[in-house]
Design a protein around this ligand. Structure first.
Ligand SMILES: *Cc1c(COP(=O)(O)O)cnc(C)c1O
Length: 376
């Protein structure tokens, strides 16, 4: 059996061990410690944002963002439908109601016209949405200007889900730093990983202080254990943050590698009919190309995304369909949704290709062979 080529696997730099060893050598194995503080500082410098709270996951970061914005039982929260379920689950943790918005054709992110339609409709039904969760999917920035213009007009705060978009930029400013709050993920398949972790980011230091407080069981300032709030155990540990510090040192390098993968695929398939790519619309958009994705137009192709996926599987190469939209997920289909058919069409015809920053030339050869054999 040929070795497995993964969709997106962890890619260590070597320096992670140095920071993890430091934590062991100094016995900073207890949850918090210098790696956590330094990881937060280094991340905030990288992103050019005031403050960062390192947390146990991106999902935990989103949950705290909703709590900090006061989202509670019965409130409505707007969310991109075309995303991973972790974008929407925390809305339901709060007893709130997700309102799903479909994608636009060009960035695949939240459609601004549908967003405004939804806001007007919810207001006319008597409830103004409490927040908007805007996802930058596959690393591609959403149309920040358009979306924020609408959100500002109706005075609804935006939480940016930049879990897949660390290092992506819009008009040269980091994704995740536009909204009242932003979240990142360092899960194993993301552009950099801590083996599992996340962060909440904001220019409002009070929000981040509050996040740190809530993430460490909401202890009041007293010598004994005193609690006036419900707390959570959502903090990143000092060991895990050591991995993050080593990874952050090579983030730019990882972005370069993923962008090169994207170019490799575009060059490889430039002559093939019926294949389209998710592209940066103009120089305002800078994607980390976390994953390279293609869409197969069945009318103009001799294959389908599912057939191609199975051909890759035969060669022990992992590919995956695009995210199944939330509005057609069994657990979420009962919630209100504003649709245009775009995300369902993408789900039917799209495929994520191996995109790790650690793909070798030999891996690329094997991938090329499958593509040439099945598409040319
Ligand atoms: C990975 C991911 C998350 C969740 O991050 P975790 O760290 O796995 O909890 C949230 N949103 C999107 C879009 C993601 O891809």
């Amino acid at each position: 059996m040929k070795t497995k080529i993964w969709l997106s696997s962890p890619h260590m730099s070597g320096n992670e061990k140095k920071y993890v060893n430091e934590a062991f050598d100094t016995n900073w194995v207890a949850p918090l410690g210098p790696n956590v503080n330094n990881f937060e500082k280094e991340l905030s410098e990288y992103l050019k944002i005031s403050d960062v709270a390192a947390l146990s996951s991106g999902t935990a970061a989103l949950h705290l963002a909703l709590i900090i914005l006061g989202v509670a039982q019965g409130d409505e929260v707007i969310c991109s439908s075309f995303t991973f379920s972790a974008s929407a689950n925390p809305i339901v943790y709060q007893g709130a109601i997700p309102i799903f918005i479909d994608s636009e054709e060009d960035t695949w992110n939240m459609d601004s016209e549908l967003l405004e339609t939804a806001i007007k409709d919810r207001i006319s039904k008597g409830k103004k949405p409490k927040a908007i969760i805007l996802v930058h999917l596959y690393g591609m920035p959403a149309k920040i200007d358009k979306i924020f213009e609408i959100a500002n007009k109706y005075e609804i705060p935006i939480i940016e889900d930049a879990a897949e978009a660390l290092g992506s930029k819009y008009k040269n400013k980091a994704c995740g730093t536009f909204g009242k709050l932003g979240i990142l993920s360092f899960n194993g398949n993301k552009i950099i990983t801590t083996s599992g972790g996340g962060a909440l980011i904001s220019d409002n230091k009070e929000y981040i202080e509050k996040a740190r407080f809530l993430a460490t069981q909401a202890r009041d300032n007293a010598p004994h254990y005193q609690h006036s709030n419900i707390g959570y155990n959502y903090r990143m540990s000092n060991i895990v943050a050591g991995i993050g510090r080593g990874q952050l040192e090579v983030l730019n390098n990882r972005i370069d590698a993923r962008r090169k993968n994207n170019l490799f695929y575009q060059n490889l398939m430039s002559e093939i009919n019926g294949i389209s790519f998710l592209k940066e619309l103009n120089s305002d958009f800078y994607s980390n190309f976390w994953l390279t994705t293609i869409v197969i137009n069945q009318k103009h192709s001799n294959t389908t995304s599912e057939k191609l996926r199975l051909e890759f599987e035969k060669e022990n190469i992992e590919t995956r369909p695009l995210w199944k939209p939330m509005h057609i997920q069994p657990i979420f289909e009962k919630y209100p949704k504003y649709l245009n058919g775009v995300s369902e069409k993408l789900f039917q015809n799209g495929l994520c290709l191996p995109s790790g920053s650690n793909l070798t030339e030999n891996d690329k050869e094997r991938i090329s062979e499958v593509i040439i054999k099945n598409l040319k």
